[in-house]
Design a protein around this ligand. Structure first.
Ligand SMILES: [Zn+2]
Length: 115
C-alpha cells in the first residue's frame, strides 16, 4: 500500500475557522508528545500533545515528517465525531483508518489506485 497518510479534510472553507484538536500517532500506536528536546513518543494517550489542526499546520508537520524522516503518522481527532473522512472520488464517508491521502486527494481503499 503506497498511501497511508490520512489528514483531515474540511468540507467547507468556512469551517476552517473552527478549532479542530488532533493527536498525532505513528503506525505502531505511539503518540507524539512535546519535550524540552523536541518531540518524542509515548504509549500513553493521556500524555499525547494535542495539536490545533489549523493553527499548528498539522498537515505540513505530518507531510514534512514523511519527507524528512520517512515516517508515516496518523491523526487521531480528539472529537470522535471527526473520525470520518470523505472520499474525493466516491464521496463516501469512511473511518480515518480507511481513507488515504495521496497525490492531493483523499481516497477510500476502493478508490485508492493499486501500486
Ligand atoms: Zn472512494
Amino acid at each position: 500500500m503506497i498511501c497511508t497518510l490520512s489528514p483531515l479534510a474540511v468540507d467547507e472553507p468556512t469551517q476552517a475557522i473552527e478549532r479542530i484538536e488532533v493527536r498525532i500517532c505513528d503506525l505502531f500506536g505511539f503518540y507524539l508528545i512535546e519535550t524540552n528536546e523536541g518531540f518524542d513518543f509515548t504509549r500513553n494517550k493521556a500524555e499525547a500533545k494535542v495539536f490545533d489542526y489549523h493553527e499548528e499546520n498539522v498537515v505540513d508537520l505530518v507531510t514534512q515528517a514523511a519527507r524528512q524522516l520517512g515516517v508515516q503518522w496518523c491523526l487521531d481527532p480528539v472529537d470522535e465525531g471527526l473520525r470520518y473522512e470523505r472520499c474525493d472520488v466516491c464521496k463516501g464517508r469512511w473511518a480515518l483508518s480507511e481513507v488515504f491521502y495521496t497525490k492531493g486527494a483523499f481516497l477510500c481503499e476502493g478508490c485508492c489506485p493499486e501500486e
